[in-house]
Ligand binder design. Sequence first.
Ligand SMILES: Cc1ncc(COP(=O)(O)O)c(C=O)c1O
Length: 393
Amino acid sequence: MKTARKADSSFFIFNSSLNYMTLFDVYPLFDINIARGRGCHVWDDHGTEYLDLYGGHAVISIGHSHPHYVEAINRQVAELGFYSNSVVNTLQRQLAERLGKACGYEDYSLFLINSGAEANENALKLASFHNGRTRVLSFGKAFHGRTSLAVEATDNPRIIAPINANHHVTYLPLNGLDAARTELEKGDVCAVIIEGIQGVGGIRIPEAGFLQELRTLCDATGTVLILDEIQSGYGRSGRFFAHQHAGIRPDLITVAKGIANGFPMGGVLISPKFKPVYGQLGTTFGGNHLGCAAALAVLDVMEDEHLVENAARVGTHLLDELRALPGIKEVRGQGLMIGIEFSAPVQELRRRLIFEQHVFTGASGTNVIRLLPPLCLSMDEADEFIRRFKQCL
Ligand SMILES: Cc1ncc(COP(=O)(O)O)c(C=O)c1O
């Protein structure tokens, strides 16, 4: 029986009447314990198999427990799991070189940290160090993470604590060119931060012309253009980065999620116009040996298995199939980043997909089902998803 623990026990979080430490309850959970994964499938601790169209929230890029990835991590931890950023780390250098080649930004440099929010936090700091300004432009429905500057640039007052509300950020309508021009022409904006494709906001794609015009306006006004590719990047949109569909080159690009297939890692790709200053940025864990080995293995598999091309091919097929289904308000997306919008809340549909059809999906807001599968999703697996999805419509 659970009893109240004695108040003198300073070692444990005191959770009302429980006599053991519990989790701080911030997530509404599906009561499923995922124990094992392979490719685009996961299994719970009762052995039930699920088709994973969620990729653990866009994190699983090359598939669950890919043998090459498992081998690379095992090998690295047996050699050296961690050493500090006070010495040369050749794995970091290899990763920068390989990533530059893979995405076409070979002249950029790389700063490694541990998460997406940290990537945006550091990008915004770099922008402010660079031009000395403090105003940021972000967009309606944007999500950039939960650390101080990143959360302030996130258009969700519910998750912005009073201590984060420093009024640095002005939110503009996505694709609202007139509003962007008016703000940027004031000449006092530090940075514009925009997602390659809005994920949490419901899979909303910035128009190519809008991104191109933002680029021109940022150049004209000394403003730093930051592309948050944390969810939309690393091949998910069918190009390495979603903004590459619009043919622009941002000043800073932030990455995380798929970069190391589940090992916590984030990065900022930094254009040559920024000069590093010793001590301005730093981290204890960022770019550690184990994370770099994981990220290098991800690039190996992405190249060997042509996963960017696969995301484009299978994504187009999924979009076509979904658009032919009845009862859906709108299907939006690019590659394997797809939003299926309904006129009513999707919570019950998601629950039925999981418990009746054994398919994991994500959601954006109340009415949008979000698909973020591993980039290795096959045509057969896509068709299998459509078959099961139809059962629930
Ligand atoms: C576009 C975008 N930016 C930033 C983040 C924050 O990343 P993290 O949760 O790794 O801090 C997320 C996470 O969902 C995201 O989707």
